[in-house]
Design a protein around this ligand. Structure first.
Ligand code: G4P
Length: 550
């Protein structure tokens, strides 16, 4: 940690609202291979949370070798699980939420983004906007999350930066506002111009580490000064000057309000691998990304806005992860705090949600996750994420508060893209299978549907990889050998409408009806065509693609 005891004592005296205001909770979104892991690591390095690059990956490896189900993750070289990394730097508390890179886990990513107050979009400078970047960007837009762009890998041959900005403008309908401008790329990459301060930041051909360190890049110098010629030859100097003029004429100046509203993205350039541009990015996150804002909720049946500085402790569970520590069969619920000052040992309540009665949880061992370790959280404020170990009590989407009368909206389930029937090889274990499937569905790994007729279990997922992870976990954690088989269903939709209308529809479609784990009625259709047909014939019934937890 980079904070001195004196600074810590000063921050501990801050009030709830001031503590919330110094939180920056953000996620990194990117297409696989654009450099998310490398950037994560270098942000932690820049923030003083780790001392050397390689620790994040090492930690990951360590966890993976100890955990059986993550074998898949290792074999495929993808990151399946998401977690959070917290660090205190320059008077601010940064919470970096990790999102899985693989598209089959887009639902997991979506939920993680509900806990983020901002996102960093990493682009590979040679590739620009790739398919997965676009998908994740759309999720951010749905939630109005402000986005900072980091154009990575400038130490390799890159596309023309003007073309990259054009692409951001045209594909994302977002105004790019470059705060820096690169001098060359690849072997001719010389550094970048800080457009707001008119300073040149040289790129060291060798080395690369945080500013001020032995292998760090040279310090920034005045662009108009004499020293710049030791880094740029006359042609390069002229070109950079011209480009800087061109870009300030061609793009809108950075407007923090437009950024917060999701219309504009400040653009940074750099090389995560060589730790270039990363200190600037971290400073930009601190300066421009918003602290946690008020969150819409329902309190005692009335709509309410929960202010981060309010005294009642509130939060919502956006992720549940099993097996973080395989020695303990625990599950960890990740709670994003929305208001109040949480202290260890506090009792929090989840409201009654029909099927699930009011639950009270004594949070005696909350965890905060630092780069190389996890620690007991003595206190936490809006913007922070704490891990609550529990044995299956907490579910994704649960709202927790001191009063138990508050519920946050907005953690939907999406209609799955693949529906398969699951069967256990040993029929004597059918009862076990039910429990295991319910437990995985509660964790948000997959969705579970029970057709009204018959005894099948139908599992829904976004991608094939989720079934593989599931089979692996059922075998390792529950000793259940399962087989997934094609099901007659191609689509699932939640039914919403008046009781009489729903009953009418259900009675005529019994063979295509089912329920989810909350006992909500689901239409299990053969195809999208069937849904279109039903929508026309039953205009008073809504066939919903997404369901928000009640
Ligand atoms: P991801 O999490 O987005 O999937 O990407 P990751 O950070 O794993 O980076 C993907 C590859 O790109 C890695 O190389 C990494 O070293 C490289 N990389 C990341 N940032 C930069 C950069 O700024 N410049 C250059 N030149 N390369 C970068 P790899 O060979 O696949 O893995 P490794 O053997 O280096 O770990």
């Amino acid at each position: 940690m980079s904070t001195s005891p004196a600074a810590e004592a000063a921050t501990s005296r801050l009030g709830i609202a001031a503590q919330a205001a110094r939180r920056r909770t953000f996620a990194i979104i990117s297409h696989p291979d654009a450099g998310k892991t490398t950037l994560t690591e270098n942000l932690l390095l820049a923030g003083g949370a780790i001392r050397a690059a390689g620790q994040v990956r090492a930690r990951g490896e360590n966890r993976r070798t100890r955990s059986d189900w993550m074998k898949i993750e290792r074999e495929r070289g993808i990151s399946v699980s998401a977690s959070v990394m917290t660090f205190d730097h320059a008077g601010l508390m940064f919470n970096l939420l990790d999102t899985p890179g693989h598209e089959d886990f887009s639902e997991d990513t979506y939920r993680t983004l509900t806990a983020a107050d901002a996102a960093i979009m990493v682009l590979d400078a040679a590739k620009g906007i790739e398919p997965q970047t676009l998908k994740l960007f759309e999720v951010c837009r749905l939630r109005d999350i402000p986005i900072i762009t980091f154009i990575n890998k400038m130490d390799r041959e890159a596309q023309d930066p003007f073309a990259l900005l054009d692409e951001i403008g045209s594909k994302l309908a977002l105004d790019p506002a470059p705060l820096y401008w690169p001098a060359g790329s690849g072997g001719r990459f010389k550094g970048m111009l800080d457009l707001t301060r008119d300073k040149f930041i040289p790129f060291a051909k060798r080395g690369g580490g945080p500013a001020g360190q032995e292998d760090g890049h040279p310090p920034a110098i005045a662009f108009k000064g004499n020293a710049v010629v030791s880094y740029l030859d006359p042609d390069e100097l002229e070109e950079l000057g011209e480009n800087a003029e061109l870009v300030s004429g061609a793009s809108k100046p950075f407007d923090p309000q437009a950024f917060l509203e999701g219309h504009m993205t400040p653009v940074f350039f750099g090389s995560a691998l060589r730790h270039f541009g990363v200190d600037e990015l971290l400073a930009g996150i601190g300066a421009y990304c918003p602290p946690p804002k008020a969150v819409a909720a329902v309190k005692g049946g009335e709509p309410a806005q929960v202010q981060p500085g309010a005294s009642e402790v509130t939060g919502f569970v956006f992720k549940v992860q099993a097996n973080m520590d395989p020695n303990h069969r625990d599950r960890i619920a990740f709670l994003k705090i929305c208001s109040g000052q949480f202290t260890r040992g506090m009792k929090l309540k989840a409201p009654n949600t029909g099927k699930n009665p009011l639950k009270t949880i004594s949070v005696n061992a909350p965890m905060m996750f630092f780069a190389s370790d996890r620690e007991l959280a003595e206190d936490a404020f809006a913007g922070d994420v704490i891990g609550i170990p529990n044995h299956g009590v907490l579910r994704v989407g649960d709202s927790l508060s001191e009063s138990g009368s508050l519920r946050f909206a907005g953690l939907p389930n999406f209609a799955p893209e693949i529906l398969q029937r699951v069967r256990v090889k040993d029929p004597l274990k059918a009862k076990h299978l039910k429990k295991a499937l319910e437990s995985l569905a509660e964790e948000g790994v997959t969705q579970l549907f029970r057709p009204t007729i018959g005894s099948d279990f139908i599992v829904g997922a976004v991608g094939q990889l989720q079934f593989e992870v599931m089979a692996d976990r059922l075998a390792n954690e529950y000793q259940l050998e399962v087989i997934f088989e094609p099901s007659p269903y191609g689509e699932a939709r939640w039914l919403v409408g008046d009781k009489a209308d729903l009953e009418d529809f259900q009675s005529k479609h019994r063979s295509a009806m089912g329920a989810d784990i909350d006992e909500q009625p689901v239409y299990l259709a053969k195809s999208a065509w069937d849904i279109g047909y039903a929508t026309e014939r039953y205009p008073r019934v809504r066939f919903e693609r997404a369901k928000e937890r009640a």
